[in-house]
Design a protein around this ligand. Structure first.
Ligand code: C5P
Length: 417
């Protein structure tokens, strides 16, 4: 299992099946290599009809493996054993109906399927096929059997336009869904240590409209909240995201509700709050709204010179009044200058269990960027710095810290099943 923050040198084995979606795997491999990972690839015979081994080898910066290598009589140790032991994570994409059937039944007649049986690492599978094929009883039975295996993680398939010009289920997950899941598996070792937890997360920046086109808002993109939602889902939690943004969430993974204003966000969170074990308020909520709203666009010469404002509800402070003893409430504090003291004041005022104080005046960190750094502060006064890292890495750090906190506060109820 990789320590969060350390990716360089971790090993991802990619098994490519024979489907047109194999072209998307090029993007996956390229992104993983750029992140500093070692990537090796196995192509089935039919995969080579869709994608050239040279393309994959060039992207991996390493030779690829095919069935010709599997049957070659020149190894010291069998190739499938070496590759199975080498991998930290095994990604199989596209997972075709035929390979799915073989994996579900424990059959092994080529390098990819033999390597699967010879490995023990977490396996991420991304099925891709025509809708009628996907919906066959036999395929669905195989799919259910495969998912009963503890080390199998799935991403997709989604619904959309397929290469056969039909619209339906069977579309392979996009690289933007596959890559974060693969990285999460490296950090978690495939451990579903949040299984059984219901986690409610807010994301994005709320908008308070003055008329149909003008609003008070902030530059929050929702990326931190989405990273938390993905990381929690990858670790087995049931996740609901309430987002004041337009973030795409993986099909079948995360329940997402879109809101605009602080009042709408409050309504959505209050509705889901009773079922939540943890609430993580990563959203940047506009603190004020215009006192008056005009349903018609105000002409330029009718715009008020001074805008009368009123406070919006403090959502998390309100949730803390509804909180049950087993529930954990975590806030975020985006700060300039000194970050810790103002965050502690917010934690106390809002009745939080912990707050993540993050600077927004460091170039390429915070709002809208893919990087973040923070100090995790608990109500009991612990301060744990989280050094600069990607938002997905930070999400794993934060989840680990909340898990520790929950165990400390309530060791019996909080241990993940
Ligand atoms: O805006 P502020 O720095 O006070 O935000 C700190 C925390 O409080 C964040 O978690 C934010 O989502 C939450 N908040 C809220 N309702 C508000 C303002 C902030 O829940 N009206």
């Amino acid at each position: 299992m990789a320590r969060v923050g350390e990716l360089a040198g971790n090993r991802v084995l990619v098994g490519i099946g024979g489907g047109v979606a194999a072209y998307k795997v090029c993007e996956v491999i390229s992104t993983l290599v750029k992140a500093g990972l070692e990537v090796r690839a196995i192509l089935t015979d039919s995969a080579q009809q869709f994608i050239a081994p040279l393309t994959i080898a060039t992207l991996c910066r390493h030779r690829v493996y095919t069935d010709a290598d599997f049957w070659a009589a020149d190894h010291v140790r069998p190739l499938h054993i070496q590759l199975g032991e080498w991998a930290d994570v095994f990604l199989i994409a596209p997972l075709t109906a035929h390979t799915l059937g073989k994996l579900a039944l424990g059959l092994a007649d080529n390098l990819l399927t033999n390597t699967f049986l010879a490995s023990t690492c977490p396996v991420l599978v991304a099925p891709a096929m025509n809708t009628t094929m996907w919906e066959q009883l036999s395929v669905q039975q195989n799919w259910r059997s495969l998912q009963r295996m503890e080390r199998i993680h799935r991403v997709g398939p989604g619904t959309g336009l397929l290469a056969c010009d039909t619209v339906g289920a069977g579309r392979m997950a996009e690289p933007e869904e596959i890559v974060p899941y693969g990285l999460s598996l490296l950090w978690s070792g495939g451990d579903r240590n949040l299984a059984g937890k219901q986690i409610l997360i807010s994301a994005g920046g709320t908008r308070e409209y003055l008329d149909p086109v003008r609003f008070i808002g902030n530059p929050a993109s929702g990326k931190m909240g989405l990273a938390l939602a993905l990381a929690a889902w990858h670790r087995g939690a049931t996740v609901q995201l309430v987002q004041a943004a337009s973030l795409a969430v993986p099909a079948g993974g995360i329940l997402s509700t879109t809101v605009v204003s602080a009042a709408q966000m409050q309504d959505a969170l209050i509705q889901s709050f009773p079922q939540a074990d943890w609430v993580i308020m990563a959203a940047a909520v506009a603190d004020v709204r215009p006192q008056h709203y005009s349903a018609a666009k105000l002409p330029k010469d009718k715009l008020p010179v001074a805008l009368p404002l009123e406070a919006v509800p403090d959502i998390v402070q309100h949730l803390s009044t509804l909180k049950q003893p087993h529930q954990r409430l975590i806030g975020f504090a985006a700060q300039t200058g000194e970050i810790v003291a103002p965050a502690i004041a917010k934690l106390q005022r809002k009745g939080l269990d912990a707050i993540v104080a993050n600077p927004i005046d460091i170039p390429d960190h915070g709002f809208g960027s893919d990087q973040n750094q923070a100090v995790f502060i608990t109500a009991s006064g612990n301060q744990i710095p989280i050094p600069s890292c990607t938002k997905l890495q930070m999400a794993h750090h934060v989840l680990d810290l909340i898990l520790d906190l929950a165990l400390t506060l309530d060791p019996h109820r909080s241990s993940a099943s």
